[in-house]
Every structure is written in structure tokens, then in C-alpha cells.
Design a protein around this ligand. Sequence first.
Ligand SMILES: [Zn+2]
Length: 209
Amino acid sequence: MTKALLLIDIQNGFCPGGNLPVADGDQVVPVANALMKDGRYDLVVASQDWHPANHGSFASQHPGAKPFDMGELSGKPQVLWPDHCVQNTSDAEFHPGRDLSAIAHVQKKGENPAVDSYSAFRDNDRAALTGLADYLRQKGVTELDVMGLATDYCVKFSALDAIDMLPGVKVRFIEDGSRGIDPQGVTAAIEEMRAAGVSIVSSKDILGG
Ligand SMILES: [Zn+2]
């Protein structure tokens, strides 16, 4: 049995003060730190949204568009975001309160300007894999706990892809270790994950046991 923790996009850009802040996004930091202590996990992996400045998911790249408008990217519907997590800016850095010592592998994503990548496993068009599934397979991971930012986008798509791409691996979503952008979207995301076979747990279930 090999247990892994996957921390999704716990970056300045998604925390209060960042360019695409998630309400109380920084509240997941102490949860991540507590879970990483005491060798509870055999492996800790973090994803990092890492966009070029001209990324096509940015409203700034679409004349006349505003952030959060629905637009198009390479012919597909795309929420247009404020510029966020641009490579080598402080917005893209991990939240400074987060303990990085236990992290064995950082999976960058969103580098191709022509497609967004909510999931840590593959681009939204499902064509380009990030390599994370292969990495976790090589490490023999049998249980994967997923948490971070934001529940209704990157966390959800990562958990769903984990179910799809890592058959046989037990996938859990840590609810209090995650925050979302839209409250209704969060409720729907949790239902969608549950329906796909993701267990919904609290960090207390993990820490208390
Ligand atoms: Zn992004």
C-alpha cells in the first residue's frame, strides 16, 4: 500500500491578495501542513499552475472580454480568467506558509498558451498528458488523497482524472483542505466526484485515525 497526497495549486495567485483569489484559499495551508507531518503519506506531490504571460485562458488575450466572461479557446468554450500564475512571478509561487520540505515532485501545468489545464494530469482537451499519472504509477501509488484550490475547477478535474487514469487507485477528496470559486459549483463538483467514485473525507478523519 502506497499512500500519496496531491496538493493542487496552493499558490499565491489563488489565495487572498492573489490575482485569482479563492475565498479563504489560504485556509487550506495549515490543513496541508498538518497532513504532511509525521510521515502519514509515502509520497507528497504538488501541482503548480504555470502560465506564459500570453496564455489563452486570460481575458486580457481576448479583445473586449472581461475576466469571468465565457469565451473560446482553440474552438472550445473557456472561462476567461484574470491573468494569474504567470511563470516566474510571485503570483505563481507556492503560498509562503506552506511547508515544502515533504514535497517529492512538483507537477507544473498550463504552459501551453492554446489550451487550459485544470487537471494536474492532462490538458482540458485531454490530448496532452502532464506525466503525473505515469509518475504515480511508477511509485506504485494505491491511495491518492486530493486537496487544494479550487474545488470546482482544478481539484475536481484532477480527482476525476485520477479515477479515470489510475484504475484501481483509491481516490479521496479532502473537503476541508479545499476551497472553491463558486459555492454552487462546489456543491456540484462534490456530487460529480462522488458519482465518479471519489470518497469525500475530512482531514480530521485522516489526522484523528
Ligand atoms: Zn490557470
